[in-house]
Design a protein around this ligand. Structure first.
Ligand code: HEC
Length: 257
């Protein structure tokens, strides 16, 4: 009897923690965003590395023209399974300002794996000037920074639709179903075939959006995978410990009754 009660308690605790994670996410989305299936959903979810790598390609070839990713260093890409040599080659495609050298001058050099992602614009004013006065936000934490998280970012990327009758959108603005206020200064960044995936995945707008959001989930919470794996281990350990403690208790008390 007692053993059953214990087991039931442990199971209930597990289920409850799983539910808490899911409902926390659900409560965040307000704009009736369609929930997508994410590899990182739920208690046992992890970042799908192949999707994250494809998403990095989308970021690098499309989004990086306007959006910085200032909290991520090139070497961090190792965590989504990109090899060291490839990381070196990626970093070397960019130039960073370094210095001062012995003569007191600043100088440009190719980026190293330890450098943070090089931003597309020198400063916020330059970024605004190139984007019709609007500032493309840094994307490192965007998935965490917005209500609705991954579903919201996916919603913005796939939400460019013709405005409803009677709504006029000013020059340089675009109608977007998911963006609050529905007028966004970002031109639709994705189209079918914006990138060519090396693994042969078909690059539809939905696929590209899904992949880049998986990548941005990782940049926003790079330690998520490790934390979830540790959490599962801890819970397994506690269940085993509970069983052991119970067995010991029975043995110790056997003769005393
Ligand atoms: C041509 C430049 C440009 C490109 C390319 C671009 N963006 Fe943007 N993006 C902007 C600008 C400008 C804004 C600010 C819009 C505003 O505030 O109206 C923005 C805003 C956003 C937002 C923020 C919405 C919010 O809630 O504030 C997200 C998310 C976003 N972009 C993601 C992306 C992703 C992902 C890509 C690549 C697939 C991308 N963008 C490509 C210019 C761009």
């Amino acid at each position: 009897m007692r053993r059953n009660a214990l087991l039931a308690f442990a199971t209930a605790a597990l289920v409850a923690s799983g539910l808490a994670v899911t409902t926390a996410r659900a409560a965040e989305s307000e704009h009736s965003l369609e929930h997508q299936r994410w590899s990182f959903d739920g208690l046992f979810g992890t970042i799908d590395q192949a999707a994250a790598q494809r998403g990095f390609q989308v970021y690098k070839e499309v989004c990086a023209a306007c959006h910085s990713l200032s909290l991520v260093a090139y070497r961090n890409l190792g965590a989504i399974g990109i090899g060291e040599d490839q990381i070196k080659a990626i970093a070397a495609q960019y130039n960073v300002m370094d210095g001062p050298n012995d003569a007191g001058d600043m100088f440009e050099r190719p980026a190293k794996p330890s450098d943070k992602f090089v931003a597309p614009f020198a400063n916020a004013n330059a970024a605004r000037a190139a984007n019709n006065g609007a500032l493309p936000p840094d994307l490192s934490l965007i998935v965490k920074a917005r209500e609705g998280g991954p579903d919201y970012v996916y919603g913005v990327l796939t939400g460019f639709v013709p405005p409803p009758a009677g709504v006029t959108v000013p020059d340089g603005m675009y109608y977007n179903a998911a963006f609050p206020g529905h007028q966004i200064a970002m031109p639709p960044p994705l189209s079918d075939g914006s990138v060519t995936y090396a693994d042969g995945t078909e690059a539809s707008v939905h696929q590209e959006a899904h992949d880049v959001v998986t990548f941005l989930e990782w940049t926003a919470e790079p330690e998520l995978d490790a934390r979830k794996k540790m959490g599962v281990k801890v819970i397994l350990f506690l269940i085993v410990l509970t069983g052991l403690a119970y067995a010991v208790k029975r043995k110790v008390w056997k003769d005393i009754h």
